[in-house]
Design a protein around this ligand. Structure first.
Ligand SMILES: Cc1cc2nc3c(=O)[nH]c(=O)nc-3n(C[C@H](O)[C@H](O)[C@H](O)COP(=O)(O)OP(=O)(O)OC[C@H]3O[C@@H](n4cnc5c(N)ncnc54)[C@H](O)[C@@H]3O)c2cc1C
Length: 398
């Protein structure tokens, strides 16, 4: 089969890898409009569930991702006028650049043709065309194919920045300015850099003049606002600019031999950090669907059915999560432990015992015990993965 993936993000590159693994006779091409090594954004987070699947589908790329990932083992919440509090949990983060370079290297090893500087908006000639060109997919909106696309905008403004300040762990920080609350989601993703996503209401954005300042002046303003969090380091804008989250939905995911994947098919608010995971899981589902007996339309239907069902609960969680941040000022007067608990339970799903655990783990000894237990769980889960080598230190570190 001749397969063309339009877009060399996580969805396109990972699907290319899986398609080649499934059948080396497939002719697989990835068309990416950017030059090699050029992409938007900074680090992304993911959890054990994705790693388990990556090891099951392609041990080689999974091992490389695992080796390169930064590991953190709790969340910290810092807010003006409140004591620092802690949330249980652990996860992994990796620079988007690094992830894409690992995936393209693996794709090329397997015989995929990755063609950079190929900006293509017309439907290419192939047996299967995967439109994985992101949330603003040109292929999806080209005249030749229709998917019933709807795009709605989130209310808050956000910007995806980086900083050389290496945060100890995943941190949510909230600052009260003269204009109102503004906050960040930050996490380390290599030994020198952290992701720093800033978010606020449109009213605060305008009042702080962030709507008028250029990139350098905007970063300087945010460095002043978050001076107490950045250890004297700067913020870097790679030109992503301020945005509103774009919620993309499609009535149908395939049309003829064109199928949507990743952000082109569906977006998920960054407040739950799952867009990359979902894009790679789409790739797994399409590879599985194509491997089953049947023709292409049947395979595409199976793929869409499986992914829509899997996405629904996460989309609900993401919506609840993004709405919490839109209402954030309403929670600001809560005492520190209740505020951070409200933040962690922003999907509104936790049973009472989680609150009791949260209260007890604000003290250092129970927190250290919980971190050890979670580290042991992470280590034992890593050992169960096929041929995986759990080479990471048990506690935070890259
Ligand atoms: C602020 C922010 C933080 C995030 N944090 C996380 C996180 O922590 N964890 C997580 O899992 N996800 C996160 N995400 C989401 C994640 O970045 C996306 O969901 C994910 O990248 C989707 O992958 P994709 O391959 O579908 O699309 P993309 O990664 O957008 O890739 C699309 C590719 O297509 C290329 N392209 C576009 N048009 C064309 C064209 N016409 N021709 C050729 N190529 C084209 C683009 O250059 C790009 O390389 C975050 C997103 C944002 C905005």
């Amino acid at each position: 089969m001749r397969i063309t993936c339009v877009g060399g993000g996580p969805a396109g590159l990972y699907f290319a890898v899986l398609a080649k693994l499934a059948d080396p006779a497939h002719e697989v091409t990835v068309l990416e409009r950017n030059p090699p090594g050029v992409t938007y954004g900074w680090g992304v987070v993911f959890w054990d569930d994705l790693l388990d699947e990556l090891f099951a589908y392609d041990r080689v790329s999974a091992q490389r991702i695992w080796d390169a990932a930064c590991k953190w083992d709790e969340y910290e919440v810092r807010a003006t006028g409140k004591a620092v509090t802690h949330l249980a949990g652990y996860g992994f983060s990796l620079g988007r650049h690094k992830l894409l370079s690992l995936l393209s290297e693996r794709a090329v090893e397997l015989g995929v043709r990755v063609s950079y500087r190929s900006d293509l908006s017309d439907t290419p000639d192939a047996d299967l065309v995967v439109a994985c060109d992101g949330a603003g997919s040109q292929l999806r909106s080209s005249a030749a194919v229709h998917f019933g696309t709807e795009v709605s905008l989130g209310r808050n403004k956000y910007i995806w920045l980086g900083t050389p300040h290496v945060f100890d762990t995943f941190t949510f920080g909230f600052e009260k300015t003269h204009a109102g609350w503004i906050w960040y989601h930050a996490y380390p993703f290599d030994e020198n850099t952290s992701t720093f996503i800033v978010e606020c209401t449109p009213e605060v954005w305008s009042a702080l003049e962030l709507d008028r300042l250029d990139a350098a002046a905007g970063c300087a303003r945010l460095e002043t606002v978050f001076a107490g969090h950045l250890g004297g380091q700067r913020l870097i804008d790679r030109g992503n600019g301020w945005m509103n989250f774009r919620r993309v939905t499609n009535q149908r995911w395939d049309n003829g031999n064109v199928v949507l994947m990743g952000d082109a098919a569906h977006t998920t608010h960054f407040a739950i950090g799952s867009g990359t995971k979902l894009a790679m899981q789409d790739a797994m589902a399409l590879a599985d669907a194509l491997a089953l007996p049947g023709d292409l339309p049947q395979a595409l239907e199976r793929y869409e059915h499986r992914r829509r069902a899997a996405l629904a609960p996460l989309q609900r969680a993401a919506l609840a999560s993004s709405e919490w941040f839109e209402r954030m000022p309403e929670y600001a007067d809560l005492p520190s432990t209740r505020f951070s608990y409200a933040l962690s339970d922003r999907r509104g799903e936790y049973p009472l015992w989680r609150y009791l655990l949260h209260l007890s783990t604000q003290r250092s000894v129970p927190r250290a015990m919980l971190r050890s237990a979670l580290s042991a769980r992470r280590w034992s889960r890593a050992r169960r993965r096929p041929d995986a080598e759990p080479r990471v230190p048990l506690l935070t570190g890259g």
